[in-house]
Design a protein around this ligand. Structure first.
Ligand SMILES: *[C@@H]1O[C@H](CO)[C@@H](O)[C@H](O)[C@H]1NC(C)=O
Ligand SMILES: [Ca+2]
Ligand SMILES: [Zn+2]
Length: 603
């Protein structure tokens, strides 16, 4: 049986512009980038909330790794036991102060995520992660554990019902019935609060928060914002190019990553844009999820650019394209390590670990908005939510779901938010970490579109804007004339997409250096084996996500990539990586957003 999809070629893109987030406040000092994010929330955006995330430490132990305390016993390696004992010894805390959150075994490292706890109640924002190499030696350790000055009673004096009502009022939304939890929250003043953790959504604004409501004082102390926002600008497009961009693919599913292909969850087979990894539909996320039907499995709908996007054939084309891109990214990222046990998005996990029932729900032409798109990443086990809107700047209007860059960028938010910190969706929340989140999303779009051994400058929206400068402030480039952004730039930037450009440009240079050294594989999207530079790059980028600490910084994310190379390639690329990072100010002695070009001795 042939599955045919019409897709839009990756190289033909509409414009993608991530402009400002909701925040206009100035940030006083660089450290706030690393521990805070200021959010304006609530009805009419009237509440300014400084969310606090304890600074994380991060250590890496190279190719050799360290012994963990239980190694001396000579027992068989047990990932949770080894991780818990290492954290206790390393941080000098008792056994009842630590609890395992999640763990998984990857191809090149084994990961455990540990929470601080008190009286059996876990801290929401005090977490540690230990990675072991495949020999059972400690490869890296990240921690944001705290020593609170005061800890209140672990028995709430505010009822859950009252806390829900406070959260709904404060955040201007509705409790979504996801089971609330009771957790401690480390506060900036060094104390801790007991909180009811409650999910609040507002379908008009698209907000999806986890609210931390003080269970003794009944007020919202902090939020996790599951939504990665962006603004996208669509400029007039060349109809001819768009039409030529469509291509019919037959059986595009990768059956290693998607064993029952894209239209089955192993139990139910559909002839619609619904399957195990994603469901795409027109209308809103709340009013219905009726997927797109097809004639058999032939999803061949050629967009008619002369008519409104809401005409039937255009709805079909847009829904099909979004379904195609999300499934493709599922399969590519799966082969590089974003698997069931690593907290990916699937309904059926085929007994391979992780929580299921969380395929990506994609609303195309979502009625909730225009001129935008967003992606919400709640914890493993709740669906990722992608909302694509229509764009009103042109006539006829355009459809964001036909823009591969938008879909790739948004979908990658799901990968980075899930893989950092053990599947909680809580660990890219600071200004700096959120900025890197934007950078990884641009980088995935960049990686997918490079097609030869000379890494090209990458400009989002180049074809449609017909503007060599594109829609970011600079093209991603190995030339520091073309793109002068470097580590010190981060200290002058406050908006996550702008910070993301600095990170994406560094990663572009890392990619180019690896391809210069090792060549290019044109089959890297489907074949993760071999030693081509672009293959190595995507392994390191994805391997590093679970190594880095919760709310990483440029420094710790760099160290995680270098450790990922130690884990998978025995450090073969160490000097290539250091030289690439140092060329953009992220050398050995870089700190506090001050550039340094030093590389380790021998590089
Ligand atoms: C959602 O947010 C809008 C804008 O702030 C507000 O008018 C509306 O009442 C909110 N919905 C709920 C259910 O609170
Ligand atoms: Ca999952
Ligand atoms: Zn984004």
């Amino acid at each position: 049986m042939a599955f045919s999809f019409v897709k839009l070629l990756a190289s033909v893109s509409l414009a993608l512009l991530c402009t400002s987030g909701a925040v206009a406040a100035p940030w006083p000092s660089s450290i706030s980038h690393e521990t805070k994010r200021t959010r304006i929330v609530g009805r009419d955006a009237t509440l300014k909330l400084d969310t606090f995330h304890p600074a994380s430490t991060f250590e890496t132990f190279g190719v050799d790794g360290l012994d963990h305390p239980l190694a001396a016993r000579g027992d068989e390696f047990d990932l949770p036991d080894a991780a818990l004992s290492f954290v206790q010894t390393k941080l000098d805390v008792s056994q009842d102060a630590v609890t395992l959150k999640s763990s998984f075994v990857g191809e090149a490292a084994q990961h455990a995520f540990v929470k601080q706890q008190h009286d059996g109640v876990a801290f929401a924002n005090a977490v540690a992660n230990v990675a072991f190499n495949m020999d059972g030696k400690v490869a890296s350790f990240g921690s944001s554990f705290v020593a609170p000055s005061t800890i209140p009673s672990s028995t709430p004096s505010v009822s859950l019902e009252d806390a829900i009502s406070t959260a709904e009022q404060t955040l201007s939304g509705t409790f979504n019935s996801h089971t609330p939890t009771l957790e401690f929250l480390a506060l900036e003043d060094g104390s801790a609060a007991l909180t009811h953790v409650i999910q609040i959504q507002n379908d008009t604004t698209g907000d999806w928060f986890e609210a931390f409501v003080d269970a003794h004082e009944n007020k919202v102390l902090s939020v996790t914002d599951f939504v990665s926002r962006a603004s996208f600008r669509v400029l007039p497009i060349d109809e001819e190019i768009l039409t030529e961009g469509f291509q019919t693919l037959t059986d595009p599913a990768d059956t290693t990553a998607s064993p029952d292909a894209w239209n089955s969850d192993g139990t139910t087979t559909t002839t619609t844009t619904a399957g195990n990894n994603a469901i795409a539909f027109k209308t809103s996320q709340t009013t219905g999820t009726t997927s797109q039907s097809s004639s058999g499995l032939n999803f061949i709908y050629v967009q008619d650019a002369t008519t409104a996007p809401t005409t039937a054939v255009n709805v079909h084309a847009a829904t099909t394209n979004a379904f195609y891109v999300v499934n493709t990214i599922h399969d590519v990222s799966y082969k590089y390590g974003f698997t069931e046990s690593a907290f990916n998005f699937q309904n059926n996990n085929f007994g391979k670990g992780g929580s299921g029932n969380d395929r990506v729900t994609i609303s195309v032409q979502d009625a909730a908005g225009t001129n935008n798109a967003d992606f919400a990443t709640p914890a493993d086990g709740q669906s990722g939510r992608m909302r694509m809107f229509l764009w009103t700047e042109t006539s006829p209007q355009r459809d964001g779901a036909l823009e591969n860059d938008i879909v790739s960028h948004e979908n990658t938010h799901g990968i980075t938010n899930r893989m950092t910190g053990g599947g909680t969706g809580r660990c890219l929340q600071t200004t700096e970490a959120g900025g890197m989140g934007e950078g990884w999303s641009d980088t995935m779009a960049n990686w997918l579109e490079q097609d030869g051994p000379t890494i090209q400058d990458y400009v989002l929206g180049q074809y449609v804007t017909n503007d060599p400068a594109g829609i970011r402030t600079h093209p991603y480039s190995t030339s520091s004339t073309t793109n002068p952004l470097n580590y010190a730039s981060v200290g002058t930037l406050n908006e996550v997409h702008n910070i993301g450009e600095v990170w994406a440009n560094m990663l572009h240079n890392v990619l180019a250096s690896l391809v210069n050294a090792h060549g290019f594989s044109s089959t890297a999207r489907t074949d993760p084996t071999g030693n081509a530079g672009n293959t190595i790059f995507l392994h390191l980028m994805i391997d590093a996500l679970p190594l880095q600490p919760c709310n990483p910084t440029f420094l710790t994310a760099r160290d995680a990539i270098i450790q990922a190379d130690a884990n998978r390639f025995a450090g073969a690329n160490k000097c290539i990586l250091w030289n690439a990072f140092a060329s953009r100010g992220l050398g050995v002695n870089a700190a506090n957003h001050r550039n340094d070009a030093t590389v380790p001795a021998g590089c």
